[in-house]
Design a protein around this ligand. Structure first.
Ligand code: NAG
Length: 250
């Protein structure tokens, strides 16, 4: 490569970056839907949230393709999505959804014929009631979208569902506002210091040890680096299967 070619390439790449930075953070992808107008996801998805209605996420959720899902790191993040550049199918307006599930790739389907969630596609699989807000006619089946990360708006504090057994603690962290996607969690019992938890799957975090009989506090760090501490979230008499509202929020 000559120096001139190199320089031209450099300027061109920089220009693309600049355009990218000036589009309000919008990126390009596609969206489809699953189920019918009544269907939400009540099954435990790949983020491990469990019953999305009980947990307050409702139908405003999406399953993300591999590159967006990022092995579960994106679970809990919120996206604003609008149909883009397709006058035949696009309705005006936008929706906001929380990432709660994984849309698996399918190696036996081409990317443009059902393999929507294959690498490297950026794809959202939506509940039908959300999809119909994007398009004039759901028969479109699949629509081009533009999307961007937005702050999650949640009511109440960060919530903690306590699972596991007497050898280890497993905690689902949900209803997280702000960045939404949690990247680190620590737990503290009355007779322990802060113990770093490991991501087990999705937004389920685990720590070895017996924390029974101790009031629990949690420290939650989101992808934007901010940390919120929720002290004495549970009474000492907590039981596996119970959920507690941390009252603190981003
Ligand atoms: C992938 O697509 C093929 C062909 O349509 C289908 O038979 C198969 O069940 C799909 N696999 C998954 C994991 O969805």
């Amino acid at each position: 490569m000559s120096l001139l070619t190199f320089f031209a390439t450099f300027v061109f790449t920089a220009a693309i970056r600049l355009v990218g930075a000036n589009n309000g953070g919008w990126d390009i992808g596609h969206a489809t839907f699953y189920g019918d107008m009544n269907a939400g996801e009540t099954m435990e998805g790949a983020c491990g949230y469990g019953d999305l209605f009980k947990q307050g996420y409702g139908l405003e959720t999406a399953a993300l393709s591999t590159v967006l899902f990022n092995s579960g790191a994106t679970c809990g993040a919120c996206f604003e999505i609008q149909c883009f550049d397709d006058p035949r199918w696009c309705a005006p307006g936008s929706i906001t959804v929380t990432a709660t599930n994984f849309c698996p790739p399918n190696a036996s389907k081409p990317n443009d014929a059902g393999g929507w969630c294959n690498v490297p596609l950026k794809h959202f699989d939506l509940s039908m009631p959300m999809f119909v807000k994007l398009t004039k006619d759901y028969h479109a089946g699949i629509v081009p979208v533009q999307f961007r990360r937005v702050a999650c708006v949640k009511q109440g504090g960060i919530r903690f569902e306590i699972k596991g057994n007497r050898w280890w603690l497993l905690v689902l962290v949900f209803n997280v506002a702000g960045a939404g996607d949690v990247k680190a969690v620590s737990v503290m019992g009355e007779s322990t210091g802060w113990v770093a938890m490991k991501r087990n799957w999705g937004q389920n975090w685990q720590a070895a040890g017996n924390f029974q009989g101790q009031s629990l506090s949690f420290s939650v760090t989101a992808s934007d680096g901010r940390t919120v501490r929720s002290h004495n979230v549970s009474p000492a008499s907590w039981q596996f299967g119970q959920t507690f509202d941390g009252s603190s929020q981003f």
